[in-house]
Design a protein around this ligand. Structure first.
Ligand code: PMP
Length: 362
């Protein structure tokens, strides 16, 4: 007999992307930034490590909140830091949902939303997207009407497309809240400037952001949410007391103050993204125009899994992803299975190594 909670026995559990620890890989599988963080980050970590490790950090991370507020043009009370954006997603689930509430999310999108709903034991629903990754608002309306917490990653993963502000606003559940997961927002042509939080439905929108992508700090674990102060106050009741450590708080503060560094890395990534999209199209792939730091592509005839394995054999790691029921069944998708390849934008030499291996394999 199992001693675990029955719901734990039934959990699928989230499986993160592969993280090989030995050197020698061209690693284009988990959307990390290939460029190092700002030198100011390393200085802040060194300074904090010398002076501040024997005492607890500020439980509310107020110094970070003030810096972020200045950069973003909001009040510090609107900001809540977390141990990675994923932790804020967990905190939001705990803040807003009980067993009978419905959590919903587009499908295909970030798999963790479903896992978090399963852990919380709430009802949950996939909102199927159209084949071109647009929203099927008519099809999803009945579920949206019952939704208490809706997660929308914008840009979406794995597809990399971004939905416009009008579409996002039309999705805010009448009886609930919308979590706009902007993990990849900084890579979009016109990143949102939190304007949705200032509109009519602003008190029912929560924006989450991460330092793992545009700020090159995936190794640190740091993210934050921006929301109405009443929501932030409720989230603070739910979080662990010292969820962010002193090193991460100091690093994130230095990182967000160095916008020039982040924007210059972003510009390099966007230029490489254009080049990668063109090269993949020339190799016969269908490529979704990306607004993120990765590209989603499918090939009309080749097995995506085999391509992924052949690249892996050459120590080039990309992501093979499959979504059962992700599309309507047709000749190309006999069981409605959507699968494809997600490639993180690396440095130019990494992307060149990937492209030359791929052309050889194909
Ligand atoms: N949201 C989305 C859509 C993501 O792809 C990721 C990265 N896996 C996250 C959130 C989590 O970011 P973090 O590293 O800050 O937990």
């Amino acid at each position: 007999m199992s001693l675990f909670r029955p719901s734990v026995d039934q959990l699928h559990g989230y499986v993160p992307g592969e993280q090989p620890q030995e050197p020698g890989w061209v690693k284009l599988n988990t959307n990390e930034n290939p460029y190092p963080p700002s030198p100011a980050v390393v200085e802040a970590i060194t300074r904090t490590a010398k002076d501040r490790l024997h005492v607890y950090p500020d439980p509310l991370g107020r110094s970070f909140c003030r810096a972020a507020a200045e950069v973003l043009g909001v009040e510090p009370e609107w900001i809540i830091p977390a141990n990675g954006s994923d932790e804020n997603l967990t905190i939001l689930v705990r803040t807003f949902t009980d067993k009978n509430d419905l959590i919903s999310y587009p499908y295909p999108s970030y798999i963790l939303y479903e896992t978090l709903a399963e852990i919380q034991g709430t009802r949950h629903a996939r909102l199927r997207l159209n084949a071109d990754w647009s929203w099927n608002t008519r099809l999803n309306r009945p579920l949206l009407e019952q939704t208490k917490l809706l997660f929308v990653p914008n840009p979406n993963s794995p597809s990399g497309n971004k939905w416009d502000a009008g579409t996002i606003l039309s999705l805010v559940p009448q009886q609930g809240v919308l979590v706009l997961d902007e993990a990849y927002g900084d890579f979009a042509d016109q990143p949102h400037k939190l304007e949705l939080l200032r509109g009519d439905k602003g008190d029912r929108i929560i924006v989450t952001r991460t330092f793992s992508k545009s700020y090159s700090l995936a190794g640190l674990r740091f993210g934050f949410a921006v929301a109405h102060p009443d929501t932030v106050a409720a989230m603070r009741k739910v979080k662990d007391s010292y969820n962010c450590d002193a090193l991460s708080l100091a690093a994130a503060e230095a990182a967000i103050r160095d916008q020039a560094w982040m924007l210059s890395n972003r510009a390099k990534i966007v230029a490489t993204r254009t080049r990668l999209q063109t090269a993949l199209t020339e190799l016969g792939f269908n490529v979704v125009p990306s607004q993120a730091n990765f590209v989603w592509c499918t090939h009309p005839t080749r097995s995506h899994e085999e391509l992924y394995l052949a690249l892996k054999a050459r120590k080039i790691l990309i992501r093979y992803m499959k979504f059962p029921g992700g599309v309507d069944a047709d000749a190309a998708h006999p069981e409605g299975l959507l699968d494809g390849l997600r490639i993180t934008i690396g440095t130019d030499p990494q992307v060149d190594a990937f492209l030359s291996a791929l052309s050889e394999i194909i």
